[in-house]
Design a protein around this ligand. Structure first.
Ligand code: PRP
Ligand code: URA
Length: 206
C-alpha cells in the first residue's frame, strides 16, 4: 500500500530539496522539516495503553505507548530523517543500517547492521529518503524480517514507480509512505526529476 503524504508544507519543502542550488546546510534542514511533518501520519496508528495520571486535583485517564518504535535509518541518506522523527518521538530507539548501491550493478551492498536486542515485536520505521529501483529497500526489509521484525513501515521522501512496484511485489505487507511519487528512473537508476544523490547533497561529497 502506497501512502503519499499530501501536506502543503511538504510540497513547498520538496521544491527546495529538488533545487540544484540548494546548499548542504539548507538541504539538511529541509529534509529534517519534511521528516517531522511526515512522522505524524506515519505514527498515527501507534498502539497506546491506558494509564492513570495524578493531576494536582484528581486522577485522570492518560495513555502511554505500548511499544516504543525503532527508527532504522539507511546510511547515509536516511540519517537526515532521524532528527525530524526524533523531534516527534524522542524515545524512539535508533538502529542504523549501513548499505550502499553498487554504481555498476545498482545492487545494494550491506556493510553495517545493529538490530536491537529482543525488540522484534516493536514497530519498525525504515527511513531512506530515496526509493529508486527498490533494491536497497527490499534488502533492508529482508534483513529486518530475518531478524524478527513483524511490524514495519517504509518511509521515503521521493519514490519512483519502479521502486514502489518492487517493494509491493516482494513485501506487500509493508506500507510505503512517501512525500512525493516521481515519474521514472533514468538509465543510471536515478529518480527523474528527483533531487540527485541524497547522500552527497546532505554531506557535501559531490
Ligand atoms: C541511495 C538511497 C538508497 C538507495 C536507493 O543510497 O539513500 O539507499 O540509493 O536506491 P535503490 O532504490 O535503487 O536501491 P546510496 O547507494 O547512494 O548510498 P549513500 O546514501 O551512502 O550515498
Ligand atoms: N539514490 C539517490 O540518492 N538518488 C536517486 O535518484 C536514486 C538513488
Amino acid at each position: 500500500m502506497l501512502i503519499v503524504v499530501d501536506h502543503p508544507l511538504v510540497k513547498v519543502h520538496i521544491a527546495t530539496l529538488r533545487h540544484k542550488d540548494t546548499g548542504v546546510d539548507q538541504f539538511r534542514h529541509t529534509l529534517t522539516a519534511i521528516s517531522r511533518l511526515v512522522a505524524y501520519p506515519v505514527l498515527e496508528e501507534l498502539e497506546v495503553q491506558a494509564i492513570e495520571v495524578p493531576t494536582p486535583l484528581a486522577m485522570a485517564q492518560g495513555f502511554r505507548l505500548t511499544k516504543e518504535p525503532i527508527l532504522v535509518p539507511v546510511l547515509r541518506a536516511g540519517l537526515g530523517m532521524v532528527e525530524g522523527f526524533r523531534d516527534v518521538i524522542p524515545s524512539a530507539v535508533v538502529s542504523h543500517l549501513g548499505m550502499y548501491r553498487d554504481h555498476a550493478t545498482l545492487k545494494p551492498v550491506r556493510y553495517y547492521t545493529n538490530f536491537p536486542d529482543r525488540k522484534g515485536d516493536h514497530p519498525f520505521l525504515l527511513l531512506d529518503p530515496m526509493l529508486a529501483t527498490g533494491g536497497s529497500a527490499v534488502d533492508a526489509l529482508n534483513y529486518l524480517k530475518e531478524n524478527g521484525a513483524r511490524n514495519i513501515r517504509l518511509v521515503s521522501v521521493i519514490a519512483a514507480p519502479e521502486g514502489v512496484q518492487q517493494v509491493e511485489a516482494l513485501h506487500g505487507d509493508v506500507p510505503i509512505y512517501t512525500a512525493q511519487l516521481d515519474d521514472h528512473l533514468n538509465e543510471n537508476g536515478y529518480i527523474i526529476p528527483g533531487l540527485g544523490d541524497a547522500g552527497d547533497r546532505q554531506f557535501g561529497t559531490l
